[in-house]
Design a protein. Structure first.
Length: 121
């Protein structure tokens, strides 16, 4: 009886996987939409002369990675001089670990109208 229950649970899990797998395959647009979501909340994309998201809230100890998805160079400069990236060409990245809670403003010194904010909790 117990082994039957285990078997049923395994079978049920396998069926669920199969169903969701088929559903994902049947709805490629849904799959693309999910893939377009940030894989994690530790990433800021630089695109079209803006930081996206412009404000990111993270727990203390989070390492944030900026990626330049634009076809012009940008950088990531802390307003309080806490961090500064080199100039990032297309697809280049910069990472910084935020150890202490606080609000960290930053901008692109090449295009000072580009600003962003990291809120560390
Ligand atoms: Cu810039």
């Amino acid at each position: 009886m117990r082994s039957l229950l285990v078997f049923s649970t395994v079978t049920f899990s396998a069926m669920l996987l199969l169903i969701f797998g088929l559903a994902a395959a049947s709805y490629p647009r849904l799959a693309v939409t999910l893939a377009d979501e940030p894989a994690n909340k530790n990433e800021v994309k630089i695109d079209n002369f803006s930081f996206q998201p412009a404000t990111l809230m993270v727990p203390a100890g989070t390492k944030i990675t900026w990626t330049n998805r634009d076809d012009v160079p940008h950088n990531v400069i802390s307003t309080d001089k806490k961090f500064a990236s080199p100039v990032l060409d297309t697809d280049e990245q910069f990472s910084y670990e935020f150890k202490d809670p606080g609000t960290y403003l930053y901008y692109c010194s090449i295009h000072p109208k580009m600003t962003g904010k990291i809120v560390v909790q």
